[in-house]
Design a protein around this ligand. Sequence first.
Ligand code: CO8
Length: 259
Amino acid sequence: MDQSDEFISVKVEDAIGIVELNRPDVLNALNRHMVSEVVGAFERLDRDESVKVILLMGRGRAFAAGADIKEMAGANPVDFELLDPFAPWDRMTLIKKPIIGAVHGFALGGGFELALSCDLLFAAEDARFGFPEVNLGVMPGAGGTQRLTKLLGKTRAMEWLLSGETFSAEEALQWGIVNRTIPQSLLIEETKRFARKLAGKPPLSLRLIKESVHMAVDATISEGMKQERKNFYLLFASEDQKEGMKAFVEKRTAEFKGR
Ligand code: CO8
């Protein structure tokens, strides 16, 4: 889609914007430029009206084995302050369309954080997740300590973050980190099938449901309920609400326009 992308490839297929991490020689280790490309692609796909859902996957034998250690090794705090490497990560939280991550092989460190930035995660049965930063004398920096703890609770998050050990797709499923596990050979096919299902839904509903669910993670129940109600009211200003309810009454399939 954008010829200037060096470390990712992007295409649109059946209303699904597919972003593929493309540094397989280093297990898709995320350098700064690559993270900017991923977020730039998400933003373009978010603006593209022909795209309803975004899918993120990795080429080669891993989803992503973490931030690029070779790029980071010589950094100092002043470099970080000036380069502001987490600014693109912050922009990721502003994407309105659902992002589905399809994870196979390793999702470690920054790669796991990228997976946790997705709205839904489908994992190949061989996938392995973990935060090995502790073994390098550092720690997660793109939300890992916060997101893992919200998902698993303090007890398990402490164990995995302090030990740096990896866990399996099956464990990730049991703990609610991934939505489902799929045999590796079927991962992309099954994830696309689910993405196509979402792509048939009214886009405004998807957008406001996503916003409301994210609100629930950070806000108090009463703040979240207020936001949910406003979003519910807002959808009654859409043509898709009129069409969706009319189609139900007329016993036909609705044709949604995203307005
Ligand atoms: N950075 C740079 N290169 C990497 C990385 C990485 N994270 N992971 C793998 N590679 C490279 C290897 O150096 C190797 O390159 P080469 O062929 O040139 O030697 C190639 O990928 C293949 O790797 P291996 O030969 O090691 O493959 P194995 O199957 O033997 O092992 C492992 C796979 C277990 C995944 C192993 O590669 C490994 O331990 N990788 C590092 C995992 C790690 O520590 N990740 C955390 C990095 S720190 C981090 O993510 C901090 C996040 C902070 C915020 C995010 C900002 C973007």
